[in-house]
Ligand binder design. Structure first.
Ligand SMILES: C[S@@+](CC[C@H](N)C(=O)[O-])C[C@H]1O[C@@H](n2cnc3c(N)ncnc32)[C@H](O)[C@@H]1O
Length: 217
């Protein structure tokens, strides 16, 4: 899955993954990470997610990483914020208020981007990627932030019923990707097909939404 796929999605506004409200799992389970207010938190592959707004409202400094400049510009414009833009390596770093969003390829993100980050929130980041990139994503994230807990919102379905994205990341995949370095706890797993009929239309007969707490060992 190359960059042009996502850049096109944003250009054509085919962003069915974007939610018009905070993700319920974030508000419900974030406290389990025990990240102190005021800390820096990281949202990889952040899009223009309102979850960043929720995190800022809890008093966190939010660092995002996103390929699409359009997505980031929308995020700031929708908040009425005019970001400062700095160049770091191949990234445009756009910042305003409690937000600092690095525009570029997550896999090239420098360590300096996530300095002092104490917690990570992944919704629709890991599951946006096919299996080979999931492995690279987990390796990159854990090398950038080996000591930070992660709240991960995931989907589990029969991959033969539908082509991703989103891709299925069942508990055995989470364990295979992160289990060496993190204690992986499934906080909840429940039917997600009823609330997302578009996936039934794409051929799914079952879909489970699950939330994981990953704590560094
Ligand atoms: C499924 S969307 C999820 C966005 C956001 N997390 C949310 O919940 O709305 C995946 C996002 O990852 C971005 N993306 C994909 N590959 C990327 C990469 N290599 N580096 C940075 N961002 C990437 C896409 O542009 C897209 O906005």
């Amino acid at each position: 899955m190359d960059h042009s796929f996502w850049l096109e999605r944003w250009k054509k506004q085919e962003i069915g993954f974007h939610q018009s409200d905070f993700d319920a799992a974030l508000a419900k389970y974030w406290s389990r990470l025990e990240v102190p207010p005021g800390a820096r938190v990281f949202v990889p592959l952040c899009g223009k997610s309102l979850d960043m707004v929720w995190l800022a409202q809890q008093g966190y400094q939010v660092v995002g990483a996103e390929l699409s400049q359009l997505a980031i510009e929308d995020f700031f414009a929708e908040r009425g914020l005019a970001p400062n833009v700095n160049r770091v390596d191949d990234f445009s770093v756009m910042s305003a208020g409690p937000y600092e969003i690095w525009c570029g390829d997550f896999f090239a993100l420098p360590q300096s981007a996530v300095e002092n980050v104490e917690g990570v929130y992944d919704r629709a980041a890991l599951i946006a990627l096919p299996a080979d990139l999931q492995r690279r994503y987990a390796a990159k994230l854990t090398s950038l932030l080996p000591r930070a807990p992660i709240l991960l919102v995931s989907l589990d379905y029969d991959q033969s019923e539908m082509a991703g994205p989103p891709f299925s990341t069942p508990s055995r995949t989470i364990e295979a990707l992160f289990g060496d370095q993190y204690a992986c706890t499934e906080l909840v797993a429940k039917d997600a097909l009823t609330g997302h009929p578009q996936f039934a239309q794409r051929g799914l007969t079952a879909l489970t939404g699950a939330v994981y707490l990953l704590k560094p060992r």
